[in-house]
Ligand binder design. Structure first.
Ligand code: GLC
Length: 449
């Protein structure tokens, strides 16, 4: 009897502390690091890198058959894959996290999953797990670990696809599952893979994809989210678990209007996610840096994609872009990492950031300014203005306004000397005497002078 009571007590206490740990962490708390991260690196790495073809989608669009696609496995060597180098490069670029495609829609997994033979350990000359060393070296550099996982698996025999597919059963050993119907088996399979990754890696972030192919009910999304949180109460989840995610993930087209709540914008450097040597349509460095600035000025993070080669090396045009972005971020560190989203529309013609203590405003100049730089509606007194990175002090004066109605005039700032303009985006820092206070009205008639 005593034994039973003790067991019951232990069980109750463990349940209490479990639910407490879940309750204790609000979404806000879980997202804290993410909101300050600003830059992440997205890594699309898989079989498609071997022939340099489109990741997974060629199958869907019937440009390539599964047999042909899977032949690429012979060339997936990862022989020069050195995750330590990757982590150092990402850190140097200024990223605070990275997200690796552990399994794309094509079904090929980068870790030695026990639930399918279609993986880097069992079905490629790499013959090793590529995910755990990635996570370990990121963590050694103080970066957070994100795992991309496609809910869809177009190779799985229990996952129906609208294109012809050979019999791929041999890749998916399923024992004692006859009592389940095919969808139940698939859900069990995908959750099983999440369980494996969770216990081996314990990621800080799950980046789901492909959710649009089934409903939240079909994915059993609510239960999946509960499991992920019970395995790691700190974990955060992107928006592609139907409505169960924590933050929005627009891709490729930079949002014109800021998405609601926390968000991240993911973008390729050329027109493909994976390594695609014939695609030379790389975005100029200026575009990548401007995009980054725009995103952080709207309170988001940029998840900038690279597509490593099959041997694990990063192609030169991608390295150049990472390096250039890293140089720019280093020079403008305070404007990137000590800030939050900028002023509302109407005050400045361009992106802005505001420091966390609300005592500095950062104005971003994409083009070479003429005559003067203009800021409207600033109530707070200005202490000084300088060009970030060069330290040049800029003169300024107030002009216009209606003091009797508390309407501030414009702030006219001297333009920086040519040699102090940054090649990509120049940042001007306005230090304030006090916390930022803005005028947001539309003016009044003068009733008395
Ligand atoms: C899209 C594509 C997928 C890619 C992802 C990255 O969802 O389907 O191939 O991995 O975007 O955001």
């Amino acid at each position: 009897m005593n034994k039973i009571l003790t067991l019951l007590l232990i069980f109750t206490i463990s349940q209490m502390s479990f639910s407490q740990s879940q309750e204790n962490l609000s979404k806000e708390e879980r997202l804290k690091w993410f909101k300050d991260a600003k830059l992440g690196i997205f890594i699309h790495w898989g079989l498609y890198a071997v022939d340099g073809i489109q990741e997974s989608w060629g199958l869907w669009h019937q440009k390539i058959g599964y047999d042909e696609y899977l032949k690429q496995h012979q060339g997936f060597t990862a022989q020069n894959y050195n995750p330590k180098d990757w982590a150092e490069i990402f850190k140097k670029t200024g990223a605070r996290y990275a997200v690796l495609t552990t399994r794309h829609h094509d079904g090929f997994a980068l870790w030695g999953t026990k639930l399918s033979r279609l993986n880097a350990v069992d079905y490629s000359p790499a013959k090793r797990d590529l995910v755990a060393p990635f996570a370990q070296t990121l963590r050694n550099q103080g970066l957070k670990v994100g795992l991309y996982y496609s809910l869809t698996d177009w190779a799985h025999p229990d996952y129906k696809v609208p294109f012809p597919r050979p019999d791929l059963k041999k890749f998916y050993p399923q024992k004692n599952q006859n009592q389940l119907d095919s969808w139940q088996r698939f859900v069990k399979y995908y959750r099983g893979q999440l369980r494996e990754l969770s216990s081996e890696i314990n990621p800080d972030l799950w980046w789901f994809d492909g959710d649009w192919e089934r409903s939240a009910e079909e994915w059993r999304a609510a239960g999946t989210k509960d499991s992920l949180l019970s395995w790691n109460p700190n974990v955060i989840i992107n928006s592609r678990l139907q409505s169960y995610g924590d933050y929005a993930t627009p891709e490729q087209g930079i949002p014109v209007v800021r998405p609601k709540g926390p968000w991240e914008f993911c973008m390729t450097m050329n027109d493909n996610w994976g390594y695609f040597p014939s695609d030379k349509n790389y975005k100029p460095i200026a575009q990548i840096i401007r995009t980054f600035v725009e995103v952080i000025s709207k309170g988001g993070n940029l998840l900038l994609n690279i597509g490593p080669k099959a041997d694990g090396t990063i192609a030169e045009p991608q390295m150049q872009r990472l390096n250039a972005l890293g140089d720019w971020i280093r020079k403008h560190h305070e404007a990137v990492f000590d800030t939050q989203e900028g002023l509302p529309y109407g005050h400045f013609f361009g992106p802005t950031m505001v420091s966390k203590d609300k005592k500095s405003i950062y104005l971003c100049l994409f083009d070479e300014p003429k005559h003067y730089v203009l800021l409207k509606g600033l109530q707070t007194k200005v202490k000084e203005i300088e060009v970030v990175g060069s330290g040049q002090q800029l003169n300024f004066e107030r002009n216009g306004g209606a003091a009797w109605n508390n309407i501030p005039g414009i702030l006219r700032i001297e333009i920086p000397q040519k040699q102090n303009l940054d090649e990509y985006v120049t940042i001007i820092k306005i230090s304030l005497e006090d916390e930022l206070h803005l005028y947001r009205g539309h003016g009044n008639a003068v009733e008395m002078n």
